[in-house]
Design a protein around this ligand. Structure first.
Ligand SMILES: *[C@@H]1O[C@H](CO)[C@@H](O)[C@H](O)[C@H]1NC(C)=O
Ligand SMILES: *[C@@H]1O[C@H](CO)[C@@H](O)[C@H](O)[C@H]1NC(C)=O
Length: 253
């Protein structure tokens, strides 16, 4: 990965081997009722706590970014917080049982940046926790991203409240201005760096359409275009998600 690529990752402190980040700068405060698919992951590393977003697929499975889990091992304690837009008021906490990163996740080029997260106990679905819709293809419609990232451009302030920002999907040609778009990547946002954008802590969060189809997962940005976000194209991984989910939920052995 070139030095100006910033993984929009998460991070209360430094969570990755390199300087990653991720969170909505600007944007608007959001309520969980409008974004009931979002859940917050707290990854307790030995010396750091990382945060990432994720989206509810069903009561036991969520989808997030593979890069969120680069530093974990089998002893890492990960907690999932759902059902409230203010992290300090979340009452629904679930321990994570296992994380399944894409087998061909390439951390160098941030390719196949997708992972499934399995909980130890089921989430109750309802008004404040709902599933996203998965489809094998997506209409060319703009999306909206909700996440708990940083709130100023220095990425130093966290206020632990959910924010949302609309994201305009960009064409392949436009996206190629920021670098190589591998298969499975899409980009969205603004070429005007003054515009609202995701930032620290938003890694792994879902870009959704108006009808709650998940379109993308926050992956990374490049510093020269800080308001354009590269997302994992979720439809591209539709079969992977289904096959993996089936194996995880109904292991045959
Ligand atoms: C961004 O904001 C700065 C400061 O307000 C302004 O000088 C600059 O022209 C803006 N850039 C664009 C592309 O709008
Ligand atoms: C995302 O992947 C799906 C399935 O391969 C494809 O139909 C769609 O065009 C892709 N989206 C973009 C913006 O390239």
């Amino acid at each position: 990965m070139s030095t100006d690529v910033v993984i929009l990752l998460l991070v209360v402190d430094v969570c990755l081997g390199s300087s990653f980040e991720g969170k909505v700068i600007g944007g608007q405060y959001a309520t969980i009722k409008n974004f009931p698919h979002v859940a917050f992951l707290k990854i307790n590393l030995d010396n750091d706590v990382c945060i990432c977003g994720s989206s509810v697929l069903n009561q036991l499975l969520l989808v997030s970014a593979a890069h969120c889990f680069e530093l974990i091992n089998e002893h890492t304690n990960i907690g999932l917080y759902a059902g409230h837009h203010d992290i300090f008021q979340v009452k629904l906490v679930r321990p994570v049982k296992a994380v399944y990163r894409h087998k061909y996740y390439d951390s160098k080029n941030v390719v196949n940046d997708i992972a499934l997260v399995k909980l130890k106990r089921a989430l109750p679905l309802g008004e404040f926790i709902k599933r996203v819709i998965l489809r094998p293809s997506s209409l060319k419609q703009d999306g909206i991203l909700a996440g708990w990232g940083a709130t100023n451009s220095q990425m130093s302030e966290f206020d632990f409240k959910l924010k949302s920002v609309p994201q305009k999907l960009r064409s392949k040609d436009a996206c190629s201005r920021i670098g190589t778009m591998h298969k499975g990547m899409i980009c969205a946002g603004s070429f005007n760096s003054n515009h609202s954008r995701p930032s620290k802590g938003d890694s792994g969060s879902g870009l959704i359409s108006k009808d709650y189809q998940i379109i993308g997962i926050v992956s990374y940005l490049v510093t020269s275009f800080p308001a354009i976000i590269v997302y994992t194209n979720v439809s591209h991984y539709y079969s992977w998600i289904h096959e993996k989910a089936e194996k995880i939920l109904c292991p045959i052995d």
